[in-house]
Design a protein around this ligand. Structure first.
Ligand code: NAG
Length: 158
């Protein structure tokens, strides 16, 4: 029952992103993994080419420090977002550079089955992607809305 509700919430959430314009871009930043797996814990993520205008998140060599890792991700939020919202949703963006100086803004889409422990993902040219949020400690999560109560569950593990 719970998983059924959650899955419904995810499709609602994905629909929502098609309505909002995520037009405000943050400065560039790194994404670092926190994992119980010591071979992944503390590793940074990059965007790796996986097809024509298609990238996926990939893991850089463990042990690299933030100062040595190129900051390639951005967070686009909406200028029309009501700042009183508890959650500031946005898209994680990778800027694909092509023809030397043109930029294609590629939002991250996460294909998460909330009943599963694996989530697939891609960065691809689009106006939409998965609505994500950062908490006060700068941890990235998927906000999952309960349709009935409106309560937000923060999904960190995916
Ligand atoms: C993200 O914001 C930048 C700056 O406004 C904009 O050029 C870009 O198109 C936005 N990306 C998406 C996917 O909305």
């Amino acid at each position: 029952m719970y998983s059924l509700l959650s899955l419904t919430a995810v499709s609602l959430l994905l629909t929502q992103t098609t309505l909002a314009q995520f037009d405000l871009q943050s400065p560039a930043f790194n994404l670092e993994l926190l994992s119980e797996d010591p071979t992944l814990d503390g590793a940074f993520l990059d965007a790796c080419h996986s097809g024509a205008a298609l990238e996926t998140l990939c893991v850089l060599q463990p042990g690299q420090i933030a100062a040595d890792v190129p900051e390639v991700f951005y967070f686009n939020t909406s200028s029309s977002d009501d700042s009183s919202d508890a959650v500031t949703e946005g898209l994680v963006i990778y800027n694909l550079i092509y023809n030397d100086d043109l930029i294609e803004s590629e939002p991250l889409t996460v294909y998460a089955e909330l009943t599963d422990t694996l989530a697939d993902q891609e960065l691809t040219p689009s106006e939409t992607g998965t609505a994500l949020a950062f908490d006060d400690d700068e941890f990235l999560y998927i906000p999952d809305y309960d349709e009935v109560t409106g309560a937000v569950t923060s999904l960190y593990n995916w």
